[in-house]
Write a protein that binds this ligand. Structure first.
Ligand SMILES: Cc1cc2nc3c(=O)[nH]c(=O)nc-3n(C[C@H](O)[C@H](O)[C@H](O)COP(=O)(O)O)c2cc1C
Length: 247
């Protein structure tokens, strides 16, 4: 429990390899996560090849996490293997695109978090990254992904070389409801926001001209290219077979 309560994203890793035994244990822990109908709709792809690492870095841009992490693990939504298994077993399967997407998103996220917790419990650390979402098509090409495989997260794993402070979360009362949902009142939102923002400012969390959490979100979510990004994502998801053409 302490490992979970003390977990933080790590973006600077020690120059220390992770043994194959440890890595396999972590992958097995990933596989122990619950999975919809037992379909195990995920695949893990480790990028070992330096050529591919360089190509990915060129595509997504250099980041500290990618630079120093000994393990690069794409945690992928995988509906291709379940469908091939159903076909092999002659199962009359009519899983729709969106159902496949939802099932595999859940399975993959649960497996990914199990990998994170297992890593923590073995003294390792990690960070999820999604820089590659800008270049999904190119990543799919590099990793030879067929239709119905979506590289959801690129998980960087290694021994930590930093210990940033724990990042704030909303008070549990705000995210926990009994019997019925309630949106927090504006006053509560502002109080909570100010608390989080103050602690992030104190931690020196912001950079590149950003001074507050609101500015951070503003920059991330309302940039002009957001519409283009949404369009591109829809196109990619359709191409990969995770959204119906008609949507
Ligand atoms: C889906 C997802 C995508 C993320 N993408 C990135 C990323 O691209 N780069 C990064 O540095 N951190 C990334 N993170 C880590 C978050 O920034 C981090 O979890 C959050 O700031 C809270 O910090 P903590 O994990 O230390 O508590 C991602 C986390 C999630 C769950």
């Amino acid at each position: 429990l302490n490992r979970i309560l003390e977990r933080r994203s790590i973006r600077r890793f020690a120059n220390r390899p992770v043994s194959q035994k440890t890595f396999k244990t972590i992958l097995r822990a990933g596989q122990r996560a619950p999975t919809s109908c037992g379909t195990q709709s995920y695949s893990f792809i480790e990028v070992r090849s330096m050529t591919k690492r360089i190509a990915i870095t060129e595509l997504v841009g250099e980041t500290q996490a990618l630079q120093s992490a000994p393990i690069w693990l794409f945690v992928c939504c995988d509906a291709a293997r379940p469908m091939k298994i159903f076909e092999t077993l002659k199962i009359d399967c009519h899983l729709g695109e969106v159902t496949r997407l939802v099932h595999s998103l859940i399975d993959t996220s649960l497996a990914a978090e199990n990998i994170v917790i297992a890593s923590e419990s073995l003294g390792l650390a990690s960070v999820f990254t999604i820089y590659h979402w800008k270049v999904l098509g190119e990543i799919a090409g590099l990793l030879h992904l067929p239709a119905n495989v979506l590289p959801l997260l690129l998980l960087c794993i290694g021994y930590p070389a930093e210990k940033p402070p724990l990042r704030p979360r909303w008070r549990t009362e705000i995210v926990f409801h009994v019997d019925r949902y309630r949106l927090p009142a504006k006053g509560t939102i502002l109080r909570q926001y100010n608390k989080s923002n103050t602690s992030l400012v104190r931690m020196g969390y912001f950079s590149k001209g950003v001074e507050t959490l609101a500015q951070h979100w503003q920059r991330k979510f309302s940039t002009k290219d957001m519409i283009l990004r949404e369009r591109k994502l829809r196109r990619e998801l359709k191409r990969l077979g995770f959204l119906p053409e008609t949507l």
